[in-house]
Design a protein around this ligand. Structure first.
Ligand code: GLN
Length: 538
């Protein structure tokens, strides 16, 4: 069938979980047998979120082909168990950049460049390209209806409905029904206004998904249906769920697929959600429990570790265990002692990060895990610091560090390779003065695992593929010295060190890649699964 589009917009305010909503609908359609694709449109002007602080925008998610994207793309991959690419996310900045480049090349034949049609056409082409190999493309528009930046996108959506016809385009609007405690009432007015705003632009949503803290009484549903001109069956309640993975099940219980199938003429749908719902019940009521110390820096904004915390949930669900995260601020370790924070933990996780702040605390946490033989996983910066810790405390190189923190160090355990071949096969140059955007090793790389290692055991494969996002690399100059003293290199990629372990330790693994980006509820990442399994043993 030719591609059908579901556009998901948001009203009233941001942070309503529009991404989860869109991903949940996609999951139900995928489990009904359709080829489902997703596209996230970000109205902000940055070309990509790669240079934004995690405090600004949560985690930067990295796709297989090395695009630095919005964290919602991570939710889509996790829900739809699929790998997305560059083509599944773009921003206003990227659109304008392309249009301006085309204008400089004279591609518009001397025309005046305008939002309509030049910007809208560019948006449309990209939407169509993202949908090409799919039956259904779910398109989520970031931001809130009424935002200035969102206008060209909404205009494009309007045009597409007009051009393709009703059966090919459906608009779903996610809004909030606030509960006013003092009045004891749920209010529908903001939703009405937001739908009016959409209609003013020329878009009439066929379905409303209402976020609410409490159950929505039938009379309120009827009122919303009536005032916003949608069928009552198309008013769907989205109350806070105990886990995000429950959302598709909650939607299914309200027969959400019925009106969707009717709008898009999809026939009768019967999604198979048995395995999914089994895993959800293990998240909600697990049999076992383990506590992982999560040593990091951006603890005020846990969103910046989204993929990793989700990956721990996936591992837990598949092992029927509650993985409790104990958040440990690495700077606090510096001022106290690692023991104080880590003594009651079954596993220690040192996550990735950038910049010098908090690294000494992370090193102390690694030393504690190594000496006390507690299962340890170091990711990216976590692996780099595991090597630094080993060099300092076992090899006796007291000044060992990464050149990220001291460019003049006599012992750069972690250094900069200034020339390398990226995942697309092209030559990349990066130096300490290279611009910040786009000079990292990004995306999926092959890694060969060493026989008998924790890494090999976790994957059961000699070649694995995982994603990267870092600028610095382990320095092979120290390899021999490290291996002689008990730190083993267990993962390699074209001469680059990708994983390290400690021979005399029950389970210690540092990985240069980010395993969390490929973890899914029904397909947990092997590195993280093995880590949690070993923590459970303890
Ligand atoms: N800052 C380190 C680097 O750039 C590690 C990055 C990370 O942990 N993602 O290499």
């Amino acid at each position: 069938m030719s591609t059908k589009y579901i556009f998901v917009t948001g009203g009233v305010l941001s942070s309503l979980g529009k991404g989860i909503t869109a991903a949940s609908i996609g999951t139900l359609l995928k489990h009904s047998g359709f080829r489902v694709g997703v596209l996230k449109l970000d109205p902000y002007i940055n070309v990509d979120p790669g240079t934004m602080s995690p405090l600004e925008h949560g985690e930067v998610f990295v796709t297989k082909d090395g695009a630095e994207t919005d964290l919602d793309l991570g939710h889509y991959e996790r829900f739809l168990d699929t790998a997305l690419t560059q083509n599944n996310n773009f921003t206003t900045g990227r659109i304008y950049k392309a249009v301006i480049e085309n204008e400089r090349l004279g591609k518009y034949l001397g025309k005046t460049i305008q939002i309509v049609p030049h910007i809208t056409n560019e948006i449309k082409e990209r939407i169509i390209k993202a949908g090409e190999p799919k039956d259904i493309l779910i398109v989520e528009l970031g931001g809130t209806t009424g935002d200035m930046e969102g206008m060209p996108f909404l205009e494009t959506i309007r045009q597409m409905k007009h051009e393709l016809g009703r059966e090919y385009v459906m608009n779903i609007h996610v809004t909030l029904l606030p509960y006013i405690r003092t009045a004891g009432e749920i209010k529908t007015k903001p939703t009405q206004h937001s739908v009016q705003e959409l209609r003013r632009i020329g878009i009439t949503p066929q379905m409303l998904i209402l976020r609410s803290e409490t159950r929505i009484p039938n009379e309120i549903r009827r009122k919303v249906a009536y005032s916003c001109d949608v069928d009552e069956k198309s008013v769907i309640e989205a109350i806070d769920a105990s886990t995000i993975y429950e959302v598709p099940l909650n939607f299914l219980a309200q027969d959400i697929l019925e009106p969707i199938a009717k709008e898009l003429n999809l026939g009768e749908l019967r999604p198979d959600m048995n395995l999914w719902s089994d895993l959800v019940s293990k998240i909600i009521q697990p049999t076992n429990k383990t506590t992982i110390a999560f040593v990091g820096k951006y603890l005020d904004l846990k969103e910046s570790y989204k993929s990793l915390t989700e990956a721990l949930i996936h591992a837990g669900a598949n092992l029927d265990a509650n993985v409790e995260i104990k958040w440990v601020d690495s700077e606090k370790i510096e001022n106290n002692s690692a023991k104080k924070y880590l003594i009651d933990c079954d596993g220690i996780l040192v996550a990735g990060g950038f910049g010098e702040r908090g690294i000494e605390g992370k090193i102390q946490a690694i030393q504690y895990a190594r000496e006390k033989k507690i299962p340890f996983l170091g990711i990216c910066l976590g692996m780099q610091l595991a090597m630094v810790e080993f060099a300092r405390n076992i090899l006796g190189l007291k000044d060992a560090t990464s050149i990220e923190f001291n460019t003049q160090t006599p012992n750069p355990l972690i250094f900069l390779i200034d020339e390398f071949i990226d995942s697309s096969g092209s030559r990349q140059i990066r130096t300490s003065t290279s611009p910040m955007g786009g000079t990292m090793r990004l995306g999926e790389y092959e890694c060969n695992t060493k026989e008998g290692s924790n890494l090999r055991e976790a994957y059961g494969a000699s070649t694995i593929f995982e994603r990267h996002r870092h600028r610095y690399e382990a320095n092979p100059k120290y390899r021999e010295e490290l291996e002689k003293n008990g730190m083993v290199i267990t993962g390699e990629s074209a001469g680059l060190i990708e994983a390290v372990e400690i021979a005399d330790h029950p389970w210690f693994l540092g990985v240069q890649f980010h395993p969390e980006f490929t973890s899914r509820l029904q397909n947990p990442n092997p590195t993280i699964l093995a880590f949690v399994k070993n923590a459970l043993k303890k």
